[in-house]
Write a protein that binds this ligand. Structure first.
Ligand code: MRU
Length: 350
């Protein structure tokens, strides 16, 4: 197992703020091509989030924060001032770009706090500083979670799902941050990554990131998770989260629930790694969380259909709910909730 190179983990500027534009690494094109999309308006940022140019809960929160700065620049250019009514529509569009990941709403609420008194130039400066701060704080939280989560590892294999690395965050990664840290400390002997249908975030993005980081990875198709648990006997299933309810229920990429059920059956422990910005104390349990449904065409395209065939219906929820009872530990930058429940989650937010 090769060592993690943390500097390399943040080397690609996938969310690159240029002062008057936001450059995003187009994650739909990886690993075949490293292509960037440049956004100069909030509407372009919302579209990039909606269409998966950038994805992953913390990454879309950071991206939306820069989108708010662009909305303010547009208001200033159009009206000579930055006032809340002019920002209402673009901020609404940004917030609605993807409904499940609570980091999006969290980031926009934090940006709103920077509107207010003072001149327009000062306000723009304040917004840009806050967006950079949200970005930097996310990287710092990931590094802290990497250290904390690695203390729970005792060697052997781990299995992860979807992409939770630099690409899914401000940098370094949540679950993948723990894996980077665990490999660097020789607490992990094998990393198993499941492919993650239909967008293949595991196969396209996690494998690409780990490969660049010179961490060996064993890619598996999702149907082989149970067999892989029997064969490789992982110690931990380590995943991220798009939203965590007040009772510790975890919403994450579709297939996480399957993974956690199989983990319990095979004596594999489940670790969820997410910053506290992913915890939604206003939502009592996973049952109240709006699960994003994406177009059926995504599944049909993955199967090679050129156009949607008549008579084939598709159910395409992109996240699922894993009950807190199936999770052994939730690792945040503020500490670990184990077992996760209403009391341990509230203590993290105190
Ligand atoms: O649909 P995606 O690719 O945005 O889904 C991403 C995930 O589900 C991740 O596991 C989650 O955002 C946590 S990553 C830090």
């Amino acid at each position: 197992m090769h060592q993690s190179n943390a500097a390399e983990a943040d080397a690609y500027r996938h969310i690159d703020w240029r002062g008057d534009a936001l450059r995003l690494l187009d994650q739909r094109k990886l690993p075949a091509a490293e292509v960037y999309v440049t956004c100069t308006t909030a509407a372009q940022v919302a579209r990039a989030i909606r269409e998966m140019v950038v994805r992953g809960a913390p990454a879309i929160g950071v991206t939306a924060a820069y989108g708010v700065v662009l909305a303010a620049r547009e208001a200033l250019q159009a009206h000579g001032r930055i006032e809340a009514p002019a920002l209402a529509q673009p901020l609404h569009e940004l917030g609605e770009a993807r409904p499940t990941a609570v980091n999006l709403r969290w980031a926009i609420e934090h940006m709103r706090e920077c509107l207010g008194d003072g001149g327009a130039a000062e306000c723009l400066e304040r917004l840009a500083a806050r967006a950079r701060d949200i970005h930097e704080q996310d990287i710092a939280a990931n590094r802290r979670m990497g250290e904390l989560g690695a203390t729970l590892l005792q060697g052997g294999a781990v299995i992860t799902h979807c992409n939770t690395g630099t690409l899914a965050t401000g940098g370094y990664g949540t679950a993948l941050g723990v894996i980077r840290s665990g490999v660097a400390q020789a607490r992990i002997e094998r990393v198993l990554a499941s492919e993650t249908r239909p967008w293949l975030q595991g196969a396209r993005l996690t494998a690409w990131e780990l490969n660049r980081d010179r961490i060996e990875v064993t890619l598996i198709c999702e149907g082989s998770v149970g067999s892989a648990m029997r064969t490789f006997k992982p110690q931990w299933a380590i995943v991220g989260a798009d939203r965590i309810a007040a009772n510790g229920d975890v919403v994450n990429k579709i297939g996480t629930y399957n993974l956690a059920v199989l983990a319990r059956q095979h004596g594999v422990r489940t670790m969820v790694v997410a910053p506290t910005s992913t915890i939604d104390p206003r939502t009592p349990s996973g049952a109240q969380i709006d699960i994003e449904q994406r177009p059926g065409g995504e599944l049909l395209a993955a199967a090679g259909y050129a156009q949607d065939p008549a008579g084939v219906q598709v159910w395409n929820p992109v996240f699922d709910v894993t009950p807190a009872t199936l999770v052994d530990a939730i690792v945040t930058e503020r500490g670990i909730a184990s077992p996760p429940d209403t009391r341990t989650i509230a203590a993290l937010l105190d």
